[in-house]
Design a protein around this ligand. Structure first.
Ligand SMILES: NC(=O)C1=CN([C@@H]2O[C@H](COP(=O)(O)OP(=O)(O)OC[C@H]3O[C@@H](n4cnc5c(N)ncnc54)[C@H](O)[C@@H]3O)[C@@H](O)[C@H]2O)C=CC1
Ligand SMILES: NCC(=O)COP(=O)(O)O
Length: 329
């Protein structure tokens, strides 16, 4: 089957939790981007801010001719209205369906990429028995069990947490040689395919303070992280480490690598959200389609107040378009 060129198709944007800031940042992103980067919003039109100029469509391709004058919407009827800041379990099924539908469109090539607005994982679990810690794992499942990693990226930093949404107490057991090896391999392949970085330089953080300080503060670095890095180097990967995490993210250190792999969620996400909360983008590497997302969450504390900044969503839409171009599809 022949596919149209990427820029003949819109990016599919799932609505996320409608009681968060997802709908309002979608409307504001459309106001700024319009036909320069067509996207189609998947969700319940009743959840968009009053007065948003929309055009309901039935096929993503229709977005290309309407994005200049209205926000193209693939309508999905949700069970309940959306009260700002108050997630409603009745809407959990609709939120999941928007992600699933956007994924289908991206997998079939009817959308050029998938961008997702933030969800509340607990609300989806409580409301619909959602069995995944987040989009990353759900999308991997929808793609037939793809092996994926989460990467957060901005102009000056890319970070990959090897373990993601697990309790800190579980990290030492979950952070294994097999997981770190797979994370390096997926990250290297993803940076080559989606960012044009052949054999990227990957810095690996230690697990313990001062990367273990020679065994005085933990043994994982000596026992297996350093030996695995040596093996990966011998196999041709441009990996370095284990680096003390506290000195891996200052300006000079960031010039020495293309991506940093960290042992756990906060080790990776604190530096990027501190440096670039407004422009950070969450990317899933390893999927058969391009997926991006803003780096922030549902921001219930400001939902519905007209205060939400659409910059991270706009950065995510732009990054999706660049990644598509890098794939040369
Ligand atoms: N991709 C996703 O689906 C993500 C979902 N979440 C979910 O979001 C929920 C809330 O998480 P929090 O830790 O509170 O983080 P959050 O990012 O929603 O909010 C943290 C702070 O940043 C502010 N903020 C966030 N985005 C903003 C924007 N675009 N403009 C202006 N201010 C903004 C909020 O008002 C709040 O003060 C949780 O349920 C979490 O699981 C969090 C991160 C990503
Ligand atoms: N902390 C990142 C986050 O919660 C986003 O996860 P995902 O939904 O993109 O898997």
């Amino acid at each position: 089957m022949s596919h149209p060129a990427p820029f003949e198709r819109p990016v599919a944007l799932s609505c996320g939790d409608p009681s968060g800031i997802g709908p309002e940042i979608a409307a504001r992103a459309w106001e700024q981007l319009r036909a320069s980067l067509p996207f189609v919003w998947i969700g319940d039109p009743a959840h968009l801010p009053r007065g948003t100029k929309i055009r309901e469509i039935s096929e993503p391709a229709e977005a290309m001719s309407h994005a200049g004058s209205a926000l193209p919407v693939l309508p999905l009827e949700f069970a309940a209205a959306a009260l700002p800041g108050q997630p409603d379990p009745a809407n959990a099924t609709g939120v999941i369906e928007a992600i699933r539908h956007g994924t289908d469109l991206a997998m079939r090539g009817e959308a050029s990429a998938l961008c997702t607005a933030p969800i509340n994982k607990k609300a989806l679990k409580d409301g619909a028995g959602f069995a995944f810690p987040g989009h990353t794992e759900y999308l991997a499942h929808l793609a037939g069990g793809a092996r994926v990693v989460m990467m957060l990226a901005c102009d000056t930093l890319r970070v990959v947490p090897a373990t993601i949404h697990i309790a800190l107490s579980e990290v030492p057991r979950a952070f294994t040689p097999a997981l770190l090896r797979e994370t390096v391999e997926i990250t290297a392949a993803g940076l080559a395919r989606d960012f044009g970085l052949e054999n990227p330089r990957i810095a690996i953080a230690g697990l313990n303070p001062h990367a273990g300080e020679g065994g005085a503060m933990g043994h994982e670095e000596i026992d297996w992280i350093a030996p695995l890095i040596a093996d990966l180097r011998a196999e041709g990967h441009a990996v370095s480490g284990p680096h003390p995490a506290d000195t891996l993210f200052h300006a000079a250190a960031r010039t020495r690598y293309d991506a940093a792999i960290c042992a756990y969620h906060d080790q990776a996400l604190i530096p990027i959200k501190t440096l670039a909360f407004d422009e950070g983008v969450n990317v899933t590497l390893g999927l058969p389609f391009v997926r991006t997302s803003p780096d922030h969450g549902t921001a219930y504390d400001i939902a519905g107040q007209g205060r939400a900044n659409p910059a991270s969503l706009i950065a995510a839409l732009r990054m999706a378009a660049r990644m598509r171009a890098a794939r040369g599809l």
